[in-house]
Each structure stands twice: as structure tokens, then as C-alpha cells.
Design a protein around this ligand. Structure first.
Ligand code: CUA
Length: 228
């Protein structure tokens, strides 16, 4: 999860988020180089004394500053396209979790295991434990196995919500009447926090998501305790 004064991205807990961070840094580097160059040129304009009376056009420089930006854009567009298709790739998932957005909580279904299902509400501030995170902790966490491909199906029951976990690089809209799909692979145990990121109503800020990533045998134990 994010902590105080963290302006960058959260540490990744999945290979896809790792790739997203690499792409972010790559795009930012190009952006900084362009900003510095354009900033320098604009600054130098202040000291231009317009001494060349016959300067009306320059074919060569105009060719260069037309084609060069197009080539620079390719260096962003191609890695971006690679990532886009990589994010959509689904690799024989071992668990499928269905998350349904409601005003204002999430409900989950493990359809692979005799349809284990539960609601997940935010814990109100006055009921919070001392080690709990305000506006972020929930009463029923999602338990998922680490080091496994996990498929997420997202939908909503009333208005559009968005199932978002920054550390896993996941952000999928839950739209009534549609079933969206994504996948991820958690490569460490721990708790991963997320929030709804579509403006879904007055209590939009109060429908967080918590994933408890555990070793596979712990997951099997948990699911067999909860199966009907
Ligand atoms: Cu649900 Cu915002």
C-alpha cells in the first residue's frame, strides 16, 4: 500500500506492475529530455537580437524538427503497445475470482469452489482495531494463492465501479450488464490494498479492496473451511 509522502508508484507485487513501472520510467525520461530541450530553446529566445534580415525559411531544419518528434513518439508508442497486449494475455488461470461492485461495497464469488461467496465492507473508523488502516481495511478480505495465475471477472450491480489494486497493476471497470476480465500473478505474500476508482456515488471513497496473498496450501485450507 501507499504510505506518507509517496508521490511515485507503489512497489510492484506482480510481474505486470513491474513492466508498468519500467514503462512509466521510460516515458518520463523521454518527457524530461523534451521539456529540457524546449525549455532551453524558449529561454534562449529572450536573448535573440534578430540580426539576420534575410532569414525567412530553412528547409533542412524544418524537415528535421518535423520528422524527429515522430520518431521519438515511436519510442513511446511501440513499448506501450507491447504492454497493452501483455496485460490482456491470460495464461491458464488456476483460480477465478468474480468481484461485483455495489453501492457501496464489493461482493466476491469463488465460482470454482462450490460458489463460495461473501460481501466485503469497509470497517468504519470507530470500529477500527489499533493496527487497522482507516478507510482501507475491510471486514472480509479476499484470500488468494501467491505464485499462481489468477483471473478476475469484474461486474457491477447498480452503477459503474472500478476494481483497482495499484501494487498488482490491476484496474478494471465493473459495469452493470457486462463482465470484464483481467488477470494477475502475485509474487509475494502479504496484504494488498485497493480502492474503487470510478466516481460511483456519495460513498465512493468507502468501498476499499483488500487481498490477502498466502501460500497455496494455506489458500486450500481457507477455501475448504469456507466451502459449503
Ligand atoms: Cu464504487 Cu467508486
Amino acid at each position: 500500500m501507499s504510505t506518507w509522502a509517496n508521490l511515485g508508484l507503489q512497489d510492484s507485487a506482480s510481474p505486470l506492475m513491474e513492466q508498468l513501472i519500467f514503462f512509466h520510467d521510460h516515458a518520463l525520461l523521454i518527457l524530461v529530455m523534451i521539456t529540457v530541450l524546449v525549455g532551453y530553446l524558449m529561454f534562449m529566445l529572450f536573448f535573440n537580437s534578430y540580426i539576420n534580415r534575410f532569414l525567412l525559411h530553412g528547409q533542412l531544419i524544418e524537415m528535421i524538427w518535423t520528422i524527429l518528434p515522430a520518431i521519438i513518439l515511436l519510442f513511446i508508442a511501440l513499448p506501450s503497445l507491447r504492454l497493452l497486449y501483455l496485460l490482456d494475455e491470460i495464461n491458464e488461470p488456476s483460480v477465478t475470482l468474480k468481484s461485483i461492485g455495489h453501492q457501496w461495497y464489493w461482493s466476491y464469488e469463488y465460482s470454482d469452489f462450490n460458489n463460495v461467496e461473501f460481501d466485503s465492507y469497509m470497517i468504519p473508523t470507530n470500529e477500527l482495531e489499533n493496527d487497522g488502516f482507516r478507510l482501507l481495511d475491510v471486514d472480509n478480505r479476499i484470500v488468494l494463492p501467491m505464485n499462481s495465475q489468477i483471473r478476475i471477472l469484474v461486474t457491477a450491480a447498480d452503477v459503474i465501479h472500478s476494481w483497482t489494486i495499484p501494487a498488482l497493476g490491476v484496474k478494471v471497470d465493473g459495469t452493470p450488464g457486462r463482465l470484464n476480465q483481467t488477470n494477475f500473478f502475485i509474487n509475494r505474500p502479504g496484504l494488498f490494498y485497493g480502492q474503487c476508482s470510478e466516481i460511483c456515488g456519495a460513498n465512493h471513497s468507502f468501498m476499499p479492496i483488500v487481498i490477502e496473498s498466502v501460500p497455496v496450501n494455506n489458500f486450500i485450507k481457507w477455501i475448504s473451511n469456507n466451502v459449503n
